[in-house]
Ligand binder design. Sequence first.
Ligand code: PRP
Length: 210
Amino acid sequence: MSQSTWNFTIALAKGKLLPPAIEWLSRVGYTFDEDLSRSRKLRVPACEGGVTALLVKPDDVPIYVEYGIADAGVVGYDVLRESGADVFQPRALDFGHCKMVVAGRPDDDYQRFPFRSLVRVGTKYPNIAREHFQNSGIQADIIALRGSVELSVTAGLADVIVDIVETGTTLKQNGLVVHEELFASSARLIVNKASHKLKLDLIDRLLSVQ
Ligand code: PRP
C-alpha cells in the first residue's frame, strides 16, 4: 500500500494564520468542502488523500504534533519557540510574517532599563521574555497574559511588553513604540518525529510547496 493512502492529520492554528494556511494547503492539493475559517467543526476531512485537519488554538498546535495526535502542523515560529516542543521543523512558510519585540512608552529611556531594580513585563510569551531579560541582565517580573497585552502598559500593569508586531497598528493606536526587535517570525510547517519516518511521501508533498 502506498504511504499516501494512509490517514494523515494536520493541526492548523485558528486565527490569523488559518486563511493563509488553508490557501497553502489548497496549493499542495488539499481542499475542503466547507469554509474552515467559519466552521465550528474541529476535525474536518479534506476532499482528497485521507488528510484530516484539526483546528486548534495556536498554542496547542505544537502539543498535538509532539504527542503524535497530528502528524504535522502549521504554527507561527513565535508560538513554536515559546512552546519548546520536541518536533521537526523542516520548513518556514511564506506567510504569517511578524517580529517579536520589546515595546513600551515612547518617553521611556529603554537604554537605562538595566539600571532599574525591577522591570515589569506583560506578555503572552513568558518563556521568550524571561530568556531575553535574563540574557540582557535586566531584573524582570514576567507577567503572563492571554491577550491584549498592549493594555498592560497603558493601564499601568507593566512597564513594557514582549509581543509580536505585524502591521504596527495595535502599538500605534495604543501610543506605544518598539524599543527592541528580538527576532523575525513566520509560519512554520512542523512534523511529528515518528510521522517524519513513517509518512515521508506525504510530508515530501507538503514540503514541495512554499
Ligand atoms: C497580536 C499581537 C498584537 C497584534 C499585533 O494580537 O499580540 O496585539 O496582533 O498586530 P499588528 O501589529 O498588526 O497590530 P492578536 O490580534 O492575536 O490578539 P490578542 O491581543 O487577543 O492576542
